[in-house]
Design a protein around this ligand. Structure first.
Ligand code: 6PG
Length: 466
């Protein structure tokens, strides 16, 4: 084999897995990395898949290995590494070629890079890939954004390597410029919220009821067979039932409670706020990771304000129902941010399709997503996923349960920020008469900002002071 149509740069964990997936599906692929010495060992490890692979040791070799129009997939850390590679490769490519950034990029950068490369006649595609290493190797969920015509040449490859849900590939072109990376960002925001909610339930059982990890894991496994069925629930059950081979202790008990984050959750919150939205459950999850870094201060806090030990006033069914309702809320908030962004940037993202391509392969795949795509294809009251008839029962039951769970957690001094934020949002969304009339009055009082009246059109001022 002398030439391929598609190339891949970056042979780290995700890049290697995706390259093997592409080669396994029978597509010739040229591969390289910024560390060319890694190319030979990658080809050696690829075994028979190497028949479909061309190893390139330099940018020029890579470009020469590709037939035009070339499609070049980058799987390198987001940010500077992408810029560095674009800078090296763009001058070597020809008009009509496409660079595909498959990392977790900030969509603003994707938009900027797409504009810059368009001036050189090159396409830039922002492609969200979810599913971790396992997904990349055997079938991820793929969210593509960029010029629609640049998707056509890579579409057969993308569809072949993507996860399948009942025969439908979990990959699609979702809109121009940054749409794909934005959808992936919101995917991650929802991922953060779901992970945090599950962790909060674990915390309530651990600290409120002194239940051991094995038992919590077994409970989660039971829930995973019901409405909460999902990848994150499945792995949480497994994690809690895993023993550390070195100490024989539950693995989770020796992991430091200090979570990392690379930015996508934070970007979801920032973009939500910029769009006049508030993804409060996601914000709570991002915040909780931030607070988790403050371990020493938290330890001081615990000695100063020890927890009160009250009896739990909710049961296991309440916890399960509350978790399902909170998960619906996290999805509803995520989709609301997506809807707002799609309107703002004129992307025309098909929300039902997004839900469909998240049904398999990605980290937030769950039984709910099938119902969500159906809901988007039917008439939603006020266009809101939160009000979908399909979720009315689960929300009504789950919200009552959530009130008991949160009330107990609060009375025990156990933090449940994502649950609390979810409930506060839900209650705001079901209160026809809110309280921001008071905020408006205050703004008008001190700043003459004006307000609307319920009984008359136009802008008004109150009869305050002089
Ligand atoms: C996925 C994951 C993956 C990764 C994120 C989140 O969809 O496969 O979201 O992209 O786990 O980078 O990472 P952080 O938790 O480090 O922000």
């Amino acid at each position: 084999m002398t030439q391929a149509n598609i190339g891949l740069i970056g042979l780290g964990t995700m890049g290697s897995a995706l390259a093997q997936n592409i080669a396994e599906k029978g597509f010739p692929l040229a591969v390289t990395t910024l560390h060319p010495e890694r190319v030979d060992s990658f080809l050696k490890d690829a075994g028979p898949l190497a028949d479909n692979l061309i190893g390139a040791k330099s940018p020029q070799e890579m470009v020469d290995a590709l037939a035009t129009p070339r499609s070049l997939i980058l799987l390198v850390p987001a940010g500077k590494a992408v810029d560095a590679i674009v800078e090296i490769y763009a001058p070597l490519l020809s008009p009509g070629d496409t660079i595909i950034d498959a990392g977790n990029a900030n969509f603003h950068n994707t938009r900027k890079r797409a504009d810059e490369l368009a001036e050189m006649g090159l396409h830039f595609v922002g492609m969200g890939v979810s599913g971790g290493e396992e997904g990349a190797r055997h079938g991820p969920s793929i969210m593509v954004g960029g010029a629609k015509e640049s998707y056509a040449p890579i579409r057969p490859v993308i569809e072949a390597i993507a996860a399948k849900f009942e025969g439908d590939h979990c990959a699609d072109w979702l809109g121009p410029d940054g749409a794909g990376h934005f959808v992936k960002t919101v995917h991650n925001g929802i991922e953060y919220a779901d992970m945090q909610l599950i962790s909060e339930v674990y915390g309530l059982l651990r600290d409120g009821e002194d239940i051991k990890p094995q038992e919590i894991g077994a409970l989660f496994a039971t829930w995973n067979a019901g409405g909460l069925s999902s990848y994150l629930m499945e792995i949480s059950a497994e994690i809690l039932q895993t023993t550390d081979p070195e100490t024989n202790m539950p693995m989770v008990d020796i992991i430091k409670d200090k979570a990392g984050q690379k930015g996508t959750g934070r970007w979801t919150v920032i973009e939500a706020l910029s769009l006049g939205q508030s993804a409060s459950a996601i914000e709570a999850a991002v915040g909780a990771r931030g607070w988790s870094a403050d371990r020493e201060a938290r330890a001081t806090g615990e000695t100063l304000f020890p927890a009160t030990a009250l009896q739990a006033e909710y049961d296991r069914d309440d916890l399960e129902a509350a978790l399902l309702a909170a998960r619906i809320i996290a999805y509803a908030q995520g989709f609301q941010v997506l809807t707002a962004a799609s309107e703002e940037y004129d992307w025309g993202v098909d929300m039902a399709r997004v839900a469909e391509i998240w049904r398999a392969g990605c980290i937030i795949r769950s039984a709910l997503l099938d119902d969500i795509s159906d809901a988007f294809r039917s008439d939603l009251p006020d266009g809101r996923l939160l009000f979908a008839p399909a979720f009315h029962g689960a929300l009504s039951k789950g919200i009552e349960a959530m009130r008991r769970v949160i009330a107990t957690a609060v009375s025990q001094g156990l933090p449940v920020p994502a649950f609390s934020a979810s409930l506060a949002w839900f209650d705001s969304m079901r209160q026809a008469r809110g309280t921001t009339n008071m905020v408006q009055a205050q703004r008008d009082f001190f700043g003459a900002h004006g307000f609307e009246r319920l009984d008359q059109p136009g802008a008004h001022h109150g009869p305050w002071g002089s």
